[in-house]
Ligand binder design. Structure first.
Ligand code: ME8
Length: 644
């Protein structure tokens, strides 16, 4: 039996509703959970809420309700979001659960009895926001070195965990286990942090200052520091949550996924706590990067917090999941903008994957009575074997390699490499041309089989990232795939799509017009400096990618009556024939352009010119007067080939 895969997210504070940052970590964990289930591993995926501490107490006070009521009101906001995002967590923990509190108290007593918790007076600089003390040398001009809010001097009797005792053991562990903290840059941060002597950790708060917490079992005047309470969730959950998780079977956790903001609490506090409790350490702590919005830190005061509910309602869960994991390498910081999201939806999802599925299903319906044909070995070419090899390499080699390293964006890049190859394959093999020649039937059947089979592999590759899309693809392809099964436990074998009855369905991803609502209200700077003219009119690559440029072959041309400027062209753009009205008639006559290989904009909304419908636009040089048509003179290019 392979080792179980136990993955956790941070447990989020319930001081406010969830935002895209919380969704990011949770979706990333979900992708790994789904992937490992496909591989046939036992998976336990834990998420939950951190309900104690000052932040929650303050939020409840602001709302004028008791802290527990505040937590109970906010909990569904997280749980419903996870449902909307198709998060498949096995466990959901709340730290106000009496069973979790009992485990925390047991650990506290154990450490106290072992002399690893002691009482002492401490004077230091306290940051209310971060709920922690800083020493004189840490404080930066009266401000917290972490959040930069003002700190206040406090002298207090508290209980301390002898964290300093474990510094060398932690260094030794880091040394012996290079993959313990990932990525490498974060490991180096922790090593840097451990260059300074490690101090003991205050693990209590006097009730006179903060009452919302778990009472210390050995002093009822105190509650437990929220981080000591919260971190214990990763093991307490295994003791009592439903679905019979078991600490013996599941611990040590395979991976704690966290944001870079809480690296130290996990890499130093949690690991030393575990050492003190004589519990083995997790295999990996992975700290990912930080999302900003339109280049700015996300914050309530800036009014730019992105509501994941609104994004999912507008664009769907899968588009959001895809974008978050495709846009930036996991581990690095990234910027969220509606423009980039829409760019990805149109370019990768609608024009890429959606187009591949829709043209394949349409062609199978049109040419093979809706049934995926079997290939004819005598009609095979290198194009087919190349496509098969690429699909097999993706599922059996590239995906496992990248996902082992949590390289989500590279996994998706590789997957979309296959999507592109699939679309190019259809462009090159031109099944609509083969369909016209009865002698080409064996080739036609072979081509359509390969396109459908590639999509079957793509279903499996897409599933961890985009579960709804994978289900819909499987449905349209007529594949009875049950994704709750360990479909990749044994290598999947090329050939399974033949015989399936395809069902044409709605577009996987309708194109999104970019003019929708702007990013959430962002206060405008009072006197924004005007942008330089050229800077203002520049576009990003995503804008350019929205324009679908394709190679086309001019089949026929004639003048539009009563116009000396317009020519009516019939062009082959690979997937279909189009009528395009072009304003090139002063420079060219119909006889000049027939047979030419030109470039057209294929995704322009149809328009009427002098009463004649035009379903696209040709590219030509010149301003008011056309000076030359963009053509490919000496290359044999297939109609439909993408121009970038
Ligand atoms: O820290 N970009 O909870 P929290 C990326 N309760 N990820 C982000 C993000 C952003 N802008 N904002 C939040 C806590 N996150 C503690 C954790 S664990 C035992 C206790 C994600 O509600 C990221 O995972 O402040 C980050 O670490 C976490 O939310 C912080 O959530």
């Amino acid at each position: 039996m392979p080792e179980p895969f136990y993955i956790t997210t941070p447990i989020y504070y319930v001081n406010d509703v969830p935002h895209i940052g919380h969704a990011y970590t949770t979706v990333a964990a979900d992708v790994l959970a789904r992937w490992h289930r496909l591989l046939g591993q036992e998976v336990f995926f834990l998420t939950g809420l951190d309900e104690h501490g000052q932040k929650v107490q303050q939020a409840a006070a602001k709302a004028g309700i008791a802290p527990q009521e505040h937590c109970d009101r906010l909990t569904p906001q997280f749980q419903t979001l996870w449902q909307k995002l198709d998060v498949s967590n096995d466990g959901f923990i709340r730290t106000t659960d009496a069973r979790h509190q009992a485990v925390v108290q047991r650990f506290l007593r154990q450490l106290h009895d072992a002399g690893l918790i002691y009482r002492a007076e401490y004077t230091g600089w306290y940051c209310t926001f971060d709920e922690r003390f800083w020493t004189e040398k840490d404080v930066d001009a009266g401000r917290c070195p972490d959040c930069h809010r003002p700190v206040e001097q406090l002298s207090e009797i508290n209980y301390f965990f002898r964290m300093s005792r474990f510094q060398q053991r932690l260094l030794d562990h880091l040394d012996a286990n290079p993959a313990f903290i990932r990525p490498e840059s974060r490991r180096n941060e922790v090593l840097g942090f451990l260059q300074k002597p490690l101090e003991d950790l205050s693990i209590s708060r006097p009730k006179s200052r903060l009452s919302w917490g778990i009472e210390l079992p050995f002093d009822t005047d105190y509650v437990t520091y929220v981080w000591f309470d919260a971190l214990v969730n990763y093991v307490s959950a295994l003791e009592y949550l439903p679905a019979q998780p078991s600490i013996d079977r599941l611990w040590p956790a395979t991976v704690h996924l966290v944001g870079k903001d809480i690296l130290t609490t996990h890499a130093v506090y949690w690991t030393t706590m575990l050492m003190a409790m004589e519990i083995p350490l997790p295999r990996t702590i992975f700290a990912h990067g930080w999302w900003t919005v339109d280049g700015e830190k996300m914050s309530k005061s800036r009014g730019n917090v992105i509501d994941p509910y609104a994004v999912v309602d507008q664009f769907g869960a899968d588009a959001f999941r895809y974008f978050m994991l495709r846009e930036i390498p996991f581990g690095q910081d990234g910027d969220f903008s509606r423009e980039s999201l829409i760019g990805r939806i149109n370019a990768d999802l609608a024009n890429g994957l959606g187009n591949l599925l829709s043209r394949t299903v349409t062609l199978i319906q049109r040419c093979c009575q809706g049934m995926v044909p079997a290939p004819d070995p005598s009609a095979m070419t290198e194009l087919d074997t190349g496509l098969q090899a690429a699909a097999e390499a993706l599922i059996h080699t590239t995906m496992p390699q990248h996902l082992r390293r949590m390289e989500f964006n590279r996994t998706l890049e590789a997957t979309w490499g296959l999507v592109q190859l699939g679309n190019q394959y259809i462009d090159k093999t031109a099944p609509w041309v083969l369909a016209k020649d009865p002698a080409a039937t064996p080739r036609l059947r072979t081509v359509l089989f390969h396109a459908a089979e590639t999509l079957r592999f793509l279903c499996l590759a897409a599933y961890p990232f985009m579960p709804q899309t994978a289900e819909e693809m499987a449905r349209q392809l007529g594949l009875g795939l049950d994704f709750s099964q360990a479909l990749l436990k044994a290598p999947i074998v090329w050939g399974g799509a033949s015989g399936a009855t395809v069902v044409k369905g709605k577009a996987l991803f309708p194109r999104v017009e970019a003019v929708a609502t702007p990013s959430p209200a962002k206060p405008q700077p009072e006197a924004a400096a005007p942008l330089a003219q050229d800077e203002d009119s520049r576009i990003g690559i995503q804008d350019f990618q929205k324009v679908e440029l394709k190679v086309a072959k001019v089949l026929t041309a004639e003048r539009v009556p009563k116009s000396n400027k317009l020519l009516k062209l019939q062009v082959d753009i690979g997937s279909e024939q189009r009528q395009i009205v072009a304003g090139i008639g002063k420079k060219y006559g119909p006889e000049d352009v027939v047979g030419k290989t030109i470039v057209v904009v294929a995704n322009l909304k149809p328009a009427k010119l002098m009463g004649v419908e035009s379903q696209g636009m040709v590219l030509a040089a010149g301003d008011a007067e056309v000076q030359g048509l963009v053509t490919f003179e000496d290359q044999e290019l297939e109609p439909g080939t993408r121009v970038k």
